[in-house]
Ligand binder design. Structure first.
Ligand code: SF4
Ligand code: FES
Length: 246
């Protein structure tokens, strides 16, 4: 069977260049067996336009660099086979992040700012004692924390989130997942009242309007629906206890 000719319509814009205007540019490429979008974009850059900007590092769905909109859906390009796509493929940068150029966006600044905001580190109950025995942890709990830690910070869930796209202050699914990870951790000294301050506003878990595209697009299949349910339960429990005490 003859190889397919693929047509790529790729968003082009360089915000650093005052002459540049946003537009779609068309490239044609003959498909290879087992071709990924990573391979296709590299071939376009090597053979047709060396100025094309996009990000890749690991090429194996681990580093989270290559998130982009593939036919309108946030996706890891290195994990996407062209054989799973139609002949015509439209590529845009992820929305909700600052555009660097073409398909490249700055997810790092967003994730750093989110991590600082939710203080994404263990707030220790006691100073570290190198001579002490390791704390024991229940297997199921350790597994649940590990599950949250599998996030590769690709930004696909943030790009898919209707609220995050119109409200930059929203902690967004990746941020909620990070909060849940530390909330579950018995080594973290923050109590429910302190967490309530972080998650209970419209910028936190109650700002979610339930579209739940995040769970559909997460390339690591993190249980984001369960994360939201867990945070709501904890926030409501904390509010209920506060009312009872009051
Ligand atoms: Fe990517 Fe999933 Fe992490 Fe969101 S939760 S940043 S989609 S790995
Ligand atoms: Fe690392 Fe795609 S290149 S996740």
């Amino acid at each position: 069977m003859a190889a397919r000719e693929l047509t790529f319509e790729i968003f082009r814009f360089n915000p650093q260049d005052p002459e540049s205007t946003p537009h779609l540019q068309t490239f044609k490429l003959t498909e290879e067996p087992y071709m990924t979008l990573f391979r296709a974009l590299n071939r376009i850059r090597e053979e047709q336009d060396t100025s094309l900007q996009f990000d890749f590092s690991c090429r194996s769905a681990v580093c989270g660099s290559c998130g982009m909109m593939v036919n309108g859906r946030p996706t890891l390009a290195c994990k996407t086979l062209t054989s799973d796509l139609e002949d015509k493929v439209r590529l845009h940068p992820l929305p909700a992040f600052k555009l660097i150029g073409d398909l490249s966006v700055d997810t790092g600044t967003w994730f750093r700012s989110m991590a600082e905001r939710v203080e994404a580190w263990v707030h220790e109950r006691a100073p570290f004692d190198p001579g002490a025995l390791e704390d024991r942890m229940d297997d199921d709990l350790a597994q649940a924390i590990y599950e949250s830690d599998r996030c590769i910070e690709c930004g696909c869930c943030v790009a898919s989130c209707g609220v995050a796209n119109v409200k930059p202050a929203f902690v967004a699914p990746a941020g909620m997942n990070r909060i849940a990870r530390f909330m579950m951790d018995p080594r973290d000294a923050r109590n429910d009242d302190e967490w309530f301050e972080v998650v209970s506003s419209d910028d936190g878990v109650f700002g979610c309007i339930g579209l739940m595209a995040c769970a559909d697009v997460c390339p690591k299949e993190l249980p984001l629906l369960e994360v939201y349910a867990y945070l709501r339960r904890r926030a409501l429990g904390s509010a209920f206890l506060a009312r009872k005490k009051g």
